[in-house]
Design a binder for this molecule. Structure first.
Ligand code: FAD
Length: 433
């Protein structure tokens, strides 16, 4: 069968294995040399790709819920959408959610995903109490911060390279409404948006859309959105199905520097200079892209990649300016560029966030893209930053090693527990992890 990630690049041939019981998985692992877990395939690059993949989607049962504490235990193929649909009507929502709800609990742990509240709540795994994981020899290990802390730190953010996560127990947060009270601010450049991010640091959620083609004094022109859960309103679960669908890959010429520039200009103008107290649904605030089914086809059949970097706070302004200047002068980048503020780094070996600013932007696959991204990598490393593994499809080993100082502890555990012999992705092979 053909498989790919969300970026539709690369597309490879693979043998897929689905299972419903741990015995089936145990049997499969015993006769397989190397494989990698695959959840909903929402990671953009090659972290869930190999010539043998283990699909987790049939592990789709919610196993337990403590309605006093808001603690849910589910199998790892349960999606965040399943959790929201089941528990939002009772007043519970995810403590941390990424920009799509169509990911599995296992994928959320393996990437240690972050949301718009990292500066307040940290990563997804900060809300994870424990999980069960199957190791290379087929044994199942229960893992939390006290029991098997090494395995816990390596698996959270470990990109599926320590084993197959079977169940996840996580803490939800109480909410009174399925709405968000949002404030929107137009920002003329990077100085202004940084200033506002920091002024609104006590607000739970913040995110800025950034026009990566603005130049000169307008570099970093953006629209900042901050929000809190509304105090009252209904608790209805959001719509189940996306409202629009992209039926086929767009022809490559649709997305070029001119169409992107027009889109960015219109988007900036469409938003109010300042509007406070707007009530929007959770879907609108957290998952705007989920409303368009298969939006990744907009980039055409050659696919795209998302480049997400983080820089330490002190270096963020200078480093991001340098990066945005390079992108604007090359006429690269797309309309999906997002800026967020991160809080403190956690102690998982390969988790992405560090205290500072993160920028994520999409690039259509085209000749010259990878050498161009190598230039951006050098700026990121010069400023003490790193790239996000779950978005990556082309990073080189030295960029990984320099960005993730705890890679040696990860490597030691992988060698010691024979994980290197069993769990590998195209990404881990490329990065020699
Ligand atoms: C529109 C969109 C918005 C996004 N926004 C954000 C965001 O705001 N913040 C953010 O952090 N991420 C974001 N992402 C990325 C996404 O949240 C992660 O890539 C997530 O890991 C995808 O989960 P998945 O179930 O699709 O896993 P896959 O993409 O299938 O796999 C991702 C990784 O998890 C591993 N894995 C999956 N299941 C298991 C398992 N059972 N056991 C062990 N390893 C497993 C895979 O091997 C792979 O390394 C976004 C993605 C999209 C498409």
């Amino acid at each position: 069968m053909e498989i790919t990630g969300w970026g539709n690049y690369p597309v490879i041939q693979a043998d897929g294995f689905s299972f419903e019981t741990t015995d089936q998985l145990n049997h499969f692992l015993k006769k397989t040399d190397t494989c990698i877990a695959y959840g909903m395939g929402r990671s953009y690059g090659d972290s869930a790709l190999n010539h043998r993949v283990v699909f987790s989607r049939r592990l789709d049962k919610i196993l337990d819920f403590d309605s006093k504490q808001g603690v849910v235990t589910c199998e790892s193929g349960v999606t965040l959408a399943d959790i929201i649909n089941t528990y939002l009507p009772g007043g519970w929502f995810l403590t941390v959610t990424p920009g799509t709800k169509f990911i599995t609990a296992g994928g959320a742990v393996a990437s240690d995903v972050h949301g718009k509240n990292h500066h307040k709540a940290g990563c997804f795994c900060e809300s994870v109490i424990c999980f069960d994981i199957m190791l290379p020899d087929g044994s199942i290990v229960a893992c939390n911060r006290e029991n098997n802390p090494d395995l816990f730190r390596a698996t959270c953010g470990g990109m599926g390279l320590t084993g197959i996560i079977l169940t996840v127990t996580l803490k939800l947060q109480p909410v009174k409404s399925s709405n968000i009270r949002e404030t929107i601010m137009r920002c003329q450049n990077l100085d202004v948006v940084f200033d506002l991010f920091e002024r609104y640091e006590s607000t739970t959620y913040s995110v800025a859309w950034i026009d990566c083609q603005a130049k000169g004094e307008n570099i970093g022109r953006s629209v900042l959105m901050v929000g809190e859960h509304a105090d009252s309103g209904n608790l209805a679960p959001p719509a189940v199905k996306p409202s629009i669908s992209i039926p086929f890959n767009f022809p490559g010429f649709c997305l070029n520097r001119y169409s992107i520039s027009v889109f960015n200009h219109l988007y900036f103008r469409k938003n109010p200079g300042y509007e406070s107290g707007r009530i929007v649904s959770l879907d609108t605030f957290f998952y705007p892209l989920d409303a368009i089914d298969m939006w990744n086809r907009i980039y055409g059949k050659n696919g795209f990649t998302q480049y997400q970097l983080v820089l330490p706070k002190a270096a963020s302004l200078k480093g991001l300016r340098a990066i945005l200047e390079k992108i604007a002068s090359a006429g690269m980048g797309s309309f999906l560029a997002v800026l967020k503020l991160f809080g403190r780094e956690n102690d998982n070996y390969l988790s992405f966030p560090m205290e500072g600013y993160t920028l994520a932007l999409d690039f259509k696959m085209q000749p010259g893209l990878f050498p161009f991204l190598d230039i951006l990598d050098a700026i990121v490393l010069d400023h003490g930053g790193r790239l996000y593994l779950t978005k990556d499809v082309r990073m080189k080993r030295d960029v990984f090693i320099n960005g993730y100082p705890r890679w040696k502890e990860f490597e030691r555990l992988r060698t010691q527990e024979h994980m290197k012999d069993k769990f590998n992705s195209l990404q881990s092979i490329r990065l020699e992890i």
